[in-house]
Design a protein. Structure first.
Length: 455
């Protein structure tokens, strides 16, 4: 039994159908918010579609009866057969006993046949809790699980090239920061367009497919999805991230299981990321909105009317674009930390990635470190992340801030480890005495496209 889960639009169904296209003997997709009787009716129609006269039966009243009929139909062949259940969380309606009967059917018969059962769902938290960690008949029956994640930058580049889209690294990053590595979104790119033109067409026209995706995206995944959207909007307004206590203080939610469930579901579906604060306890985890599409939508689309043509061309030259791009690039680098480690030559060293924020006091001014790479070889990379359309200039004042921040960090944290100022940027740095004296490592955007950094 194979279970595949991951964010909506990430390509789960496409993957399954391409791998097993010659062997799928039966496929059934759940319907969101359908009743038990409606699901069973559609299941019966699929039986008829796949098995013809053999599948001419009355609509069953229970899933036990439905699986019994499926058993009869599949028994007529001894060849390798694949049974595919898509959107499993939608099939398992309340009090339907679907999972229990699936477990019985598998244990009693299907597991001893030449049958592969593939189950798929976009509600990642549900798939983990209800199926993969099932306490009943399906306990330990999932022999392989795949958490299908969005494309990395390297994979995105390869995919776009298959579509005859030949953007350079900077252009790919521009588009990736808007939609992420979601195949369904990437395939909307048209040959001959620039990222600016594509974004304008997809988001800033009445026909733009991604202009209307936001609410449907969350509604399709979560019960009471308005609560999930509230958390997403809250995090969108705090780009450095928020601790659990800050989320409670800024929202209607109380400290308890309800909030924990929402955060777990959002994290499991790759909408948010939880990172530790450097040298602090687990309760001080920082939650960040890292879903590129949601961040872009909330910043530039929600509540804003379409005011003409070439809207994105105009907005992308304004200050708010620079602020958003800086944060979006920071998120991108955090997601590609393994590629950064390879560029630094430390991929074989155990590391922990975190962030650090000092509010400021009488002794030291407040400052933030975008990303820390704490290494087992007694060193810490203090990462400064900058998105810029040219080589970065390090003047004397900037160099002074880098020097002061390193000293303050050492004094505040009382660390004896070596501290390396590490600049992660697009094109690099204009060489000067300021850059050479205060920057120990420079990682440019091309290093983020290392293909095997996530193996």
């Amino acid at each position: 039994m194979l279970a595949i889960y991951g964010r909506r639009r990430v390509g789960k169904t496409y993957l399954i159908k391409n791998v097993y296209q010659r062997n799928i003997s039966f496929e059934f997709t759940g319907t969101q918010n359908a009743t038990l009787s409606n699901q069973l009716f559609k299941f019966t129609e699929k039986i008829k579609e796949y098995f013809g006269d053999l599948g001419k039966i009355k609509t069953p009243k229970t899933w036990y009866e439905a699986f019994y009929q499926l058993k009869i139909c599949l028994s007529k062949s001894t060849q390798k057969r694949v049974v595919f259940f898509d959107e499993l969380p939608w099939i398992d309606t309340p009090r339907s006993n679907f999972l229990e009967e699936l477990g019985y059917w598998w244990n009693d018969w299907a597991s001893r046949q030449n049958i592969v059962v593939v189950v798929c769902g976009s509600a990642a938290s549900w798939m983990l809790k209800k199926l993969i960690n099932h306490k009943g008949g399906l306990h330990n029956r999932v022999t392989k699980k795949i958490n299908l994640k969005p494309f990395t930058l390297a994979e995105t580049k390869l995919y776009l090239e298959r579509l005859n889209i030949w953007w350079d690294d900077y252009q790919i990053i521009q588009f990736y920061m808007s939609v992420g590595g979601i195949p369904t979104y990437l395939q909307e790119v048209k040959q001959g367009e620039t990222p600016t033109q594509t974004i304008d067409r997809l988001f800033f026209t009445k026909e733009g497919s991604l202009r209307y995706e936001f609410a449907n995206l969350y509604a399709a995944l979560f019960d009471n999805y308005q609560n999930h959207i509230e958390i997403i909007k809250l995090l969108a307004g705090k780009w450095r991230g928020m601790t659990r206590q800050e989320i409670i203080a800024g929202s209607k939610f109380k400290d308890g299981g309800g909030l924990s469930k929402i955060l777990e579901e959002l994290e499991a579906s790759s909408f948010i990321m939880r990172t530790p604060s450097f040298q602090k306890k687990s309760k001080d985890f920082v939650y960040r909105l890292t879903d590129e599409y949601s961040l872009f939508y909330l910043k530039f689309i929600e509540g804003k009317a379409i005011t003409g043509k070439n809207i994105w061309l105009k907005q992308s030259s304004e200050e708010q674009y620079s602020v958003w791009a800086g944060y979006a690039f920071e998120n991108l680098c955090i997601k590609h930390v393994e590629a950064i480690k390879m560029a630094l030559g430390i991929s074989g060293i155990y590391t922990e990635t975190s962030s650090y924020f000092h509010k400021g006091n009488e002794e030291y001014e407040g400052f933030q470190l975008d990303m820390l790479i704490d290494r087992a070889d007694r060193a810490i990379n203090l990462c400064e992340i900058k998105f810029y359309n040219d080589d970065l200039s390090i003047n004397e004042a900037y160099a002074g801030r880098l020097r002061q921040r390193r000293e303050q960090f050492r004094n505040l944290l009382k660390t004896k480890k070596a501290l390396f100022n590490t600049l992660i940027t697009t094109y690099g740095v204009k060489q000067s005495k300021n850059s050479s004296s205060q920057i120990d490592h420079i990682v440019t955007m091309d290093k983020l496209f290392i293909l095997n950094s996530f193996d």
